[in-house]
Design a protein around this ligand. Structure first.
Ligand SMILES: [Fe+2]
Length: 294
């Protein structure tokens, strides 16, 4: 991945990413053999770019409703609202994301649960730090969607690609490139461990195409929401009223659910379970700070 800044005074990338680097590895560093990438698919949507970034950063509560049809056809095994509520959302430095709570088991058993073959699990063990492995193996959380400020997102999911077969994971990297206030060019890449077995690569690519990208069922559900949100945000009522974005906060601004203690979540930053909008607020706060200083 190449990150380019036109600012000669830009801070080093590692400093910019901060603690989010820890989570980036789950998507982009699964093996000593590097990443194989396909794409991008590019298309335009009539939505503001921040809505995609926000959605991937922390919107776990839209899944049971927005993606009901994907669950009904049996593509997705983790449909229950409770599953999303039990997963932790985390925010660390310039990014954050959502996770799913895994059933009890060891690191290897939990990686197998989402569909990784043993040889890929062994490679992940070679490159992930002990703390990264503990998030999966001890805390029992598997990363799902994430966003890095401002407009880079990731998704890791494990649908059922064939009837009667187990789930299989895929990774997508995406960029929300603003065209205007109400139009965004989406770039969507498929990513996989370069050393993965050929059959895994083929099935994982298929899983990605069924779920995300221009043909993806999750993608089409999501964009329906985002276009509606963008239209509504431009209306007279939206100009007159404040948007209530306080999910997960009590009246005195304390969180409804306390952040997970360090022994329950071994990643950096802060994490909590339960429905909330902590990450959406964190992302928009960075955007507001950016506007103020430029
Ligand atoms: Fe979605």
């Amino acid at each position: 991945m190449l990150f380019i800044s036109l600012d000669p005074h830009a801070e080093p990338l590692a400093d910019y990413l901060g603690d989010f680097r820890f989570y980036l590895d789950f998507y982009t560093n699964q093996s000593p053999h590097g990443l194989e990438v396909r794409g991008p698919q590019r298309w335009r949507i009539n939505a503001n770019w921040k809505i995609g970034a926000e959605n991937f950063a922390g919107d776990m509560y839209h899944t049971p409703h927005t993606h009901t049809s994907v669950v009904e056809i049996g593509l997705f095994r983790e449909p229950k609202a409770q599953k999303r509520k039990d997963g932790a959302t985390y925010w660390a430095g310039k990014g954050g994301g959502t996770t799913y709570k895994l059933p009890p088991g060891t690191f290897a058993e939990r990686m197998r649960y989402v569909g990784y073959p043993d040889e890929m699990i062994a490679r992940a063990e070679q490159v992930w730090t002990r703390e990264q492995q503990r998030v999966v193996g001890e805390d029992g959380f598997m990363v799902s969607a994430a966003s890095c400020f401002p407009n880079l997102s990731f998704v890791h999911n494990w649908p059922k690609v064939e009837d009667g077969h187990d789930v299989l994971p895929f990774i997508s990297i995406r960029q929300w490139q603003p065209i205007s206030h109400n139009q965004t060019e989406v770039c969507s890449w498929f990513a996989v461990d370069a050393a993965a077995p050929a059959e895994f690569k083929q099935k994982s690519y298929r899983a990605y195409l069924m779920c995300f990208g221009s043909t993806g069922m999750f993608e089409q559900d999501d964009v329906e929401n985002w276009v509606s949100l963008t239209n509504t945000a431009g209306g007279t009522m939206a100009r007159r009223l404040l948007l209530n974005s306080r999910m997960g906060l009590l009246a005195d601004d304390r969180p409804v659910v306390d952040p997970l203690p360090a022994e329950a979540f071994h990643g950096p930053g802060y994490a909590q379970v339960g429905y909330n909008e902590h990450n959406q607020r964190a992302l928009l706060r960075l955007w507001a700070d950016h506007l103020e200083t430029t």
